[in-house]
Write a protein that binds this ligand. Sequence first.
Ligand code: URP
Ligand code: ZN
Ligand code: ZN
Length: 477
Amino acid sequence: MSLLVKNGTIVTADAQFTADILCRDGVISEIGPDLSGPVSCEIIDASGKLVFPGFIDPHVHIYLPFMGTFSKDDYATGSKAALMGGTTTLIEMCCPSRADDPREAIRLWKSKAAGISSCDYTFHMGVTRFDDGTAAALKAIVAEEGITSFKVFLAYKGAFGIEDTELYQTLSLAKELGVVVTAHCENADLVSETQKKLVAEGKVGPEWHEPSRPVTVEAEGCHHLMTFAELTGAEVYVVHTSCVPAVEAITSARKRGVKAWIETVAPYLALDSSYAELPDFEGAKYVMSPPIRAKEHGDFLWECLANGTVDTVGTDHAPFDFATQKHMGHPESSKCVDASLKPTGTAGNFTLIPNGIPSVEERVKLLFTEGVCRGRIDLQTLVRCASTQAAKIFGFYPRKGTIAVGSDADIVIWDPKWIGKISATTHSMATDYSTFEGREVQGRAEFVTVRGKVMVRNGEWIGETGWGNFLHREPKS
Ligand code: URP
Ligand code: ZN
Ligand code: ZN
């Protein structure tokens, strides 16, 4: 199988040039001017188009048992949506409950993707308990299952959240194994006390979600993680960083020598807290944690992307339907329904709204429209934060994350002039709503390849379910 991409403007994290790309047997075999391929070679003319390395989303949830329900996508819909948006590799959070066996959990999560995912994928292994058997189980997962990143939650106590002793043990083990630890940083006790107070005061609508988890609570979570990272020497990666004080807590730790990466996610860059205030419970569509903040925080995050303080942009894709699942937290009992559409008969409140937003399909379009077209970031930054840096941090660069001879032929041919609107009526995700409904966007993935196979052609899906491979990783030495 060979493919020749001609005359495109190739954009990597540190270069931009016009050349042809020849792909053979799933990898890039030549880059240069006036290339020709074998007779059977498919040729795509990319004149006037940008040619990006396949984008990598380092933070998604596809199979997620959470808050009394399950996220809506499976790998058929989730990976198709990713590819339609130009994302060719997903890193999913494997999130077992505290009662689950970690080895069984990673095998379960792998089974949800194997033979179904159209794009390549791997997992961050969620550590939701640390007891006598955990170290051995995690060592086996790293050595035998090809996983080299962990995930811990400082939030969600009683569900995924861990205690400080468990955090210390997880980070110590990660340091020993050469594994990076990704972390959701919010102080769980402060969240639950603030939630109780607000609900007792009758403040129950979705607009109270953000005040229940204010920026100080996230900053405390970040500072907390940094202290543990400093003591253990572990490398950490803060997921979905939403606000100025959180970034400051991390950058101040960096100055003390802590090896800490910062991820933000597309909803924080493209939305603001006013969306959660929309009437008629519409605000529930925008409930995620940490919450979407006031506009000044989004503006700051754009600056941090441009100056390199923030390393990556993921999505935290966590899809729940509006009509049923988000309504689990509706304050009126008649409208408070569970996922199977049966009235619960009790009034809800914002703490019962499943946290999460669908966005795996829209990340690159939003970064291009709101970032590149508005002059907030350049094309190199787009590639760095949405592809290259994740590949480097999580151990599969230069196989992924760049356009170079020997790299996987994961290529996105991007039409920078295309203009269209985002809508749930046309998206590939399984949710009944789009977080960005009606928004005008510029630029789209016109052709998308995964290891040389064309999955999207002229913006239309022609992909093969199950084409995606699990990405086996080795720990850093
Ligand atoms: O609201 C969110 N972020 N939902 C998904 C779970 C998580 O915390 O990442
Ligand atoms: Zn999280
Ligand atoms: Zn998440």
